[in-house]
Design a protein around this ligand. Structure first.
Ligand code: NHR
Ligand code: GAR
Length: 212
């Protein structure tokens, strides 16, 4: 049994998708805990309701990013994690933290990286006149939103889209690609060569939105 630890900051809908896939597809893994940096994260309730251990490491209670990350790593390491999953986790992590979990730390980012690293991705994609947007699951490296790409999903940007409408369309596909990527990490079917990730069983690493 592999141990998955999921880090959230808010709603936790990607966390929910991973919890459901782990259970419904009977992965050889368990969700060891859901950890939030915000005590009021809505996703903590879902986890508790599903019998999953929860923990809060409040960044506001720590004087520096290093101190916060040290406490976060102490809590996570107590869970013997094989895979650590950032699911709407909103704190930039220090290089030391990232190195400690190198190769077992994944993030979902709501853009087609390398376009639009950082925040407010949907608004930026609309303002740039992009006709396609999407989401990326990547290995986390010290440089923000620049790690090797595991899987991407593409959706159209429709005329008149608001950032909220686009976010909703992207999120629906995040819920497809993120559980798939975490399953691959659990199975050990990802290989990294020269910054490029391949899935050893040839499963698709691209999902396109169904045509409207
Ligand atoms: N840490 C590292 N080192 N590398 C990455 O690739 C990371 C990371 C931490 C989080 C998620 C990322 C995203 O998917 C992620 C990737 C937060 C911010 C941010 O600016 C940016 C990107 C991401 C997450 N956070 C502010 C901060 O000062 C706080 C914002 C807030 O609390 O609302 O940490 O987009
Ligand atoms: C998701 O769209 C995720 O890609 C994004 O926040 C949302 C979280 O939703 N992540 C970031 O913007 C990270 N900076 P969720 O809490 O319902 O999974």
């Amino acid at each position: 049994m592999k141990n998955i630890v999921i880090l959230i900051s808010g709603r936790g809908s990607n966390m929910e998708a991973i919890v459901r896939a782990c259970r419904d597809e009977a992965w050889p893994a368990r969700i060891a805990a859901v950890v939030s940096n915000r005590p009021d994260a809505a996703g903590l309730q879902f986890a508790a309701d599903h019998g999953i251990a929860t923990a809060v490491v409040d960044h506001r209670q720590h004087a520096s990013r290093e101190a916060f990350d040290a406490e976060l790593a102490r809590v996570i390491d107590g869970l013997a994690p094989d895979v650590v999953v950032l699911a709407g986790f909103m704190r930039i992590l220090t290089p030391g933290f990232v190195q400690h979990y190198a190769g077992r730390l994944l993030n979902v980012h709501p853009s087609l990286l390398p376009a639009f690293p950082g925040l407010h991705t949907h608004q930026r994609a609309i303002e740039a006149g992009c006709k396609v947007a999407g989401a990326t699951v990547h290995h986390v490296t010290p440089e923000l939103d620049h790690g090797p790409i595991v899987i991407q999903a593409a959706v159209p940007v429709l005329p008149g889209d608001t950032p909220q409408q686009l976010a909703e369309r992207v999120l629906a596909l995040e819920h497809q690609i993120y559980p798939r990527a975490v399953r691959w990490a659990v199975e050990g079917t990802l290989r990294l060569h020269g910054g490029v990730v391949t899935q050893t069983e040839g499963e698709p690493q691209l999902v396109m939105a169904p045509q409207a």
